[in-house]
Write a protein that binds this ligand. Structure first.
Ligand code: ADP
Ligand code: MG
Length: 333
């Protein structure tokens, strides 16, 4: 499909996103050429979305274009990096121009919103899969790493937890939620907001960070392991959206077990919020930065020298859960 391939690239993926001065050469040659600002380091991340694993094959291409870019920008945000450039490797089962137009438009809109330019990629035929590589930069030595958490750090999460997981349960189990609530939850699943602005505003105040793609228990667990520390979190401090709370109070709640409602904010993936740790000396600065920008992030617990991650209930008792986050290859290796 060579000739067709070039036409498609020209039509849908040239001039996509912002036009940046630091792109010396973009789409159209064998490779792109980028110029990195002095005193900064390049931060690079890749994520693949595969039909049937990460999304329903018939999902709205508009949502998919947004999500494919969003999950990658979320990784850069979790490093405290400023996104700048992306590549897109698309594998398509067939050429469907209506699909491509919708996909590329939503991809371009989000790229534009974040000042990001699409600078290259690959287009092949095969089972639907989307790989995005996002690149950004951070002041030398200032990136947020998972191994940076210190004893006594306060643990924060941005936004709210469990919305995407609840949407997924609703779709899978065909639960009849009130329509307006369901729409809000599904938009959290299909069109997550990468917390780039939050990350940039908090620059210099964070010791360790991760984005919540696999669920809080699993992802915060990565910080604890890398930093060789433990943590205690308070279950009633976990931020829940009004849609989540309303569903839990609705008669719909009866269709899901108590265990499920408890574990959704802890174990369900796909929220793409940031989890980050802050030294107590920076807590006030974080609070005023969040307030100044109108960003939402809540303290959910503290880093300590105990063993692993402990979840404490309102009554002071520890909550045990079997479920952790989503793991690919689980049970097969
Ligand atoms: P090559 O055969 O040298 O790899 P390609 O035919 O794959 O070249 O791509 C031609 C140009 O189009 C390259 O600059 C490549 O980065 C770009 N490109 C291909 N597919 C995409 C895509 N889906 N999105 C953005 N750029 C793309
Ligand atoms: Mg190629």
């Amino acid at each position: 499909m060579a000739a067709m391939e070039f036409e498609l690239i020209e039509r849908y993926f040239t001039g996509c996103g912002s036009e940046r001065d630091d792109v010396v050469l973009g789409v159209g040659d064998d490779a792109a050429i980028l110029s990195l600002p002095a005193g900064h380091e390049l931060v690079v991340s890749t994520d693949t979305l595969v039909a049937g694993i990460h999304f329903f094959p018939d999902v709205d291409p508009c949502s998919l274009g947004h999500k494919a870019l969003s999950v990658n920008l979320s990784d850069l945000a979790a490093m405290g990096a400023r996104p700048a450039w992306v590549t897109l490797a698309l594998t398509l089962p067939q050429v469907d121009e209506v699909w491509l137009a919708a996909f590329s438009q939503s991809f371009a809109a989000l790229a534009h919103q974040h000042g990001v330019q699409l600078i290259g990629g690959d287009t092949t035929s095969g089972p639907l899969s989307i790989t995005v590589q996002a690149m950004g930069f951070v002041e030398k030595g200032k990136a947020w790493q998972r191994d940076g958490a210190k004893l006594g750090d306060v643990i924060y999460v941005s936004g709210t937890l469990g919305d995407a997981g609840l949407a997924l349960q609703a779709i899978k189990q065909q639960i009849v939620f009130p329509q307006a609530l369901l729409a809000r939850l599904i938009s959290r699943l299909e069109k997550p907001t990468p917390r780039v602005a939050e990350a940039l505003a908090l620059s210099g105040l964070v010791n360790a960070a991760i984005d919540l793609s696999d669920g809080l228990l699993s992802d915060l667990g990565h910080i604890l392991k890398a930093s060789r520390v433990g943590a205690e979190i308070q279950l009633d401090a976990l931020p829940l959206s009004s849609a989540f709370r309303a569903c839990r109070q609705d008669k719909v709640a009866q269709q899901l077990s108590d265990e499920c409602w408890q574990s959704l904010p802890l174990s369900a993936g796909d929220d793409y919020e940031l989890c980050f740790t802050v030294g107590s000396e920076n807590q006030h600065a974080v609070a005023s930065t969040l307030a100044m920008h109108g960003f939402k992030a809540h303290c959910i617990g503290r880093i300590d020298n105990g063993s692993g991650l402990r979840c404490v209930q309102k009554n002071g008792k520890q909550y045990q859960t079997e479920q952790s986050g989503y793991e690919h290859f689980k049970g097969s290796v």
